[in-house]
Design a protein around this ligand. Structure first.
Ligand code: HEM
Length: 138
């Protein structure tokens, strides 16, 4: 489960980048968001990631509720920071996708929401150089 959640980050980052490039290329234009399939694929991948994340939240030994939660950087990160940052990012992706379906200039809407979500996701990932978090590249 952890490997699936960890590996899927790369696919998600790839499709978020493709979606950003494609929507940036069409900014200001009228159209239908379905013309940029990557926007939908990134939306789907973030929701799979949410599902895996929620399951891990209940199974992971790195999620702890107790006196030590906030004093341990590992427990605090996975119990509070990672989960909260990623949920906010996923809400932004959802808003970006759903609002872009109704907007006259859908690519601008999707781009604006997706770029903020990407920054949050990059901040929220437990990169291996944050050694205290004990997570890998894959
Ligand atoms: C865009 C969404 C997300 C991305 C890219 C992401 C990415 C990651 C990565 C890379 C890891 C480290 C895995 C490793 O040890 O190699 C991780 C761990 C974890 N994530 Fe997420 N995550 C996301 C959303 C969520 C959400 C929404 C939750 C919970 C509500 C969550 C809960 C967890 C938990 C509990 C772990 C620790 C698993 C363990 O090692 O025991 N994640 N996540």
């Amino acid at each position: 489960m952890v490997s699936a959640h960890s590996g899927l980050r790369w696919l998600l980052l790839l499709f978020l980048l493709i979606a950003l490039f494609q929507t940036f290329g069409r900014r200001g234009k009228f159209g239908d968001i379905k013309e940029t399939k990557s926007v939908l694929i990134a939306f789907i991948l973030t929701h799979i990631q949410l599902l895996l994340g929620l399951i891990l939240f209940f199974l992971s030994p790195k999620v702890q509720f107790g006196g030590s939660t906030m004093s341990s950087s590992l427990f605090r990160f996975f119990t509070v920071e990672h989960s909260l940052i990623m949920i906010i990012a996923i809400v932004l992706i959802t808003l970006g996708y759903t609002r872009s379906k109704k907007a006259p200039k859908p690519f601008n809407v999707a781009f604006n929401f997706y770029i903020i979500a990407l920054v949050l996701i990059l901040v929220g990932i437990p990169w291996p150089f944050r050694e205290a978090l004990g997570a890998g590249w894959f």
